[in-house]
Design a protein around this ligand. Structure first.
Ligand code: ATP
Ligand code: FE
Length: 322
């Protein structure tokens, strides 16, 4: 099985060809970061225009690099949710056109599912595992029970960490810093923090003293039940961190302290697979094919979805039960 993956949910136009064993046969990416840094944030119509200008070339480059004939593809997998409507639209309509031309099956991809499964391309990890997705638009902690089976344990009550880092970087005008002018906000902060003094400011961790005292035990019970049912031993527990912010080595070290203290193994895909890329989309396509979840037969009715939940939200389940 060989899948072409196409990603345009935000500000990267990316494509890759990946085979069943996780070999990356070809890859190409065009990043819009530098353009959006100049405007102090992503302007959706500008992102859309840049996707339009680059998608054909990027997909062609990934295919050429793979040295396979398009007729050898098993399917085309494309991010259709969640993301910027105008950006998602470019990838979806381009892909549907290609699907028609090549007469190939289409696999719609959830961008956060792709971030969550990337680690199975780089490491040998079995289900279930914990995943912490920290990125430009999300902060999600979930139990990954299968290719498309997620139990959402927690999420940000407000903005995502990447969004926060980008805002701080903008406030500090880091784009004007000679060493960081082309870096995303998060990357610039990581770069400069190497020379920083972390004791200079006394900043309390968020929710350090939360104003509410909410607790819930049915949720905890639910998850332990499931874990026990899968006969998962504690020492086998794995925490995966993925998404753009997980490329930050300071954050990785902090998570390592946590996992070392809890006999849990921390796994992170390499930074270039943590930020948006085509490989993760193609790999998600392979995972879906292997799990028999892949192909969408009614492509007439397919729409992109700017907003889309990720997994079963345990707090909602608890709310409904009580
Ligand atoms: P989402 O995945 O939630 O839809 P996205 O696709 O826009 O959002 P990603 O490409 O996964 O986000 O991640 C981009 C974010 O990661 C940006 O906010 C960027 O500042 C941040 N980021 C990139 N590199 C680093 C780094 N080294 N340290 C911290 N943050 C980083
Ligand atoms: Fe992303």
């Amino acid at each position: 099985k060989i899948v072409l993956g196409i990603e345009t949910s935000c500000d990267d136009t990316a494509a890759a060809v990946v085979d069943e064993t996780g070999n990356v046969l070809g890859e190409a990416i065009h990043s819009q970061t530098e353009v959006h840094l100049k405007t102090g944030g992503i302007v959706p119509p500008v992102a859309q225009q840049l996707h339009r200008e680059n998608i054909q070339r990027i997909v062609q480059e990934a295919l050429s690099a793979s040295r396979i004939s398009p007729s050898d593809l098993s399917a085309i997998a494309t991010t259709i949710k969640p993301g910027l409507a105008l950006s998602l639209g470019v990838g979806l309509s381009f892909s549907l056109q290609l699907v028609g031309q090549l007469k190939k099956p289409f696999i719609p991809i959830h961008h956060m599912e792709a971030h969550a499964l990337t680690v199975r391309l780089t490491n040998k990890v079995e289900f279930p595992f914990l995943v912490l997705l920290i990125s430009g638009g999300h902060c999600l902690l979930a139990l990954v029970q299968g290719v498309s089976d997620f139990l959402l344990l927690g999420k940000s009550l407000d903005i995502a960490p990447g969004d926060m880092l980008d805002k701080v970087a903008r406030r500090l005008s880091l784009i004007k810093h000679p060493e960081c002018s082309t870096m995303s906000g998060g990357k610039a902060i990581e770069h400069l923090a190497k020379q920083g003094n972390r004791f200079y400011f006394d900043i309390k961790p968020p929710l350090h003293r939360a104003k509410n005292c909410d607790f819930s035990f049915t949720g905890l019970q639910h998850i332990t039940d499931k874990i026990i049912m899968k006969k998962e031993k504690e020492e086998d527990a794995v925490l995966v961190a993925s998404g753009g912010v997980a490329s930050n080595f300071y954050i990785r070290r902090a998570l390592e302290i946590l996992t070392n203290a809890t006999q849990c193994t921390l796994l992170c895909p390499p930074p270039r697979l943590c930020t948006d890329n085509g490989i993760m989309i193609a790999w998600n396509g392979i995972e879906r094919l292997r799990a028999g979840l892949g192909i969408l037969h009614d492509i007439e009715g397919i729409r992109y979805e700017p907003k889309c939940p990720f997994g079963v939200d345990i707090s909602k389940e608890v709310g409904e039960a009580s």
